[in-house]
Design a protein around this ligand. Sequence first.
Ligand SMILES: Cc1cc2nc3c(=O)[nH]c(=O)nc-3n(C[C@H](O)[C@H](O)[C@H](O)COP(=O)(O)O)c2cc1C
Length: 269
Amino acid sequence: MSFIELDTERCVQCELCVKACPVGALGLGESGPEVVLEGVCNKCGHCVAVCPKDALNNRYASLISQKHIDTYPVLDAETAEIFLRSRRSIRYYKKRAASREQLLQLVNIARFAPTASNSQSVSYYIVEDRSVLDELAELVVEWMKMQIATGEYHHSFPVHIDAWKNGKDTIFRGAPHLVVAAAPKELKNRRDNTVFSLAYLELYAGSVGLGSCWAGLFEMFASANDEYVSKRIGIKPGLMLTGAVMVGVPVERYLKLVNRDPLDVTWVD
Ligand SMILES: Cc1cc2nc3c(=O)[nH]c(=O)nc-3n(C[C@H](O)[C@H](O)[C@H](O)COP(=O)(O)O)c2cc1C
């Protein structure tokens, strides 16, 4: 059975679906698109989404599952620039927890990020309880001390150890939650998929009243102690931690769009 269904009365044979298919699974037959390569569809849904007549259905990305919108709002360049540049790492959070609804909205947007060959496969574990983060932060600090003893450590470790000694959490920045991403161990692009997904999450956070910051120090600890961390977070067998972002209701608000290093670009002929 073919994975596409065609309404031949609607199809105008414009070939857009054939051209949109990233894997060359479709070709134009006598009455419209036909499957020319089996087993390669990556379920991206482009063929269905591009059809101006709703003539095509794809079993793997059905017409009914795709949200119809009449106009795609395109942000003007200035608004888009402000939106992207105003995403900042948040390191000062309200103590109160975010709602489950907010946290779900946040991780839900992450699954719409691009992934290699539409492999997706990123799962999310949301640490809801701040006391778990206190426990993990302490372990991160203890691990940093051990790293210093071995002589192999990031130059910032002594600062974080000192801060913790003085009652300040610079590992999770006092955030009430941590979103941990995990993906199949055998998935080659697991980190790339995660980075895109968590970048979506970070960009969306402000729209649901939240702020976030990449938890790189925790990631370092986790990669050196993956078995322990997987067990503590409850990561399913076969998956591994691929990223982590702290999340909460922000206290701070940035009033300027910061500059970065000068653009480094080379035209290539
Ligand atoms: C991979 C990665 C790891 C990071 N790890 C941490 C971290 O452990 N703690 C922290 O406070 N910020 C962390 N950050 C945030 C960066 O410091 C921040 O993105 C950078 O200073 C630019 O600031 P902005 O995000 O506010 O624009 C990390 C960012 C990335 C991309």
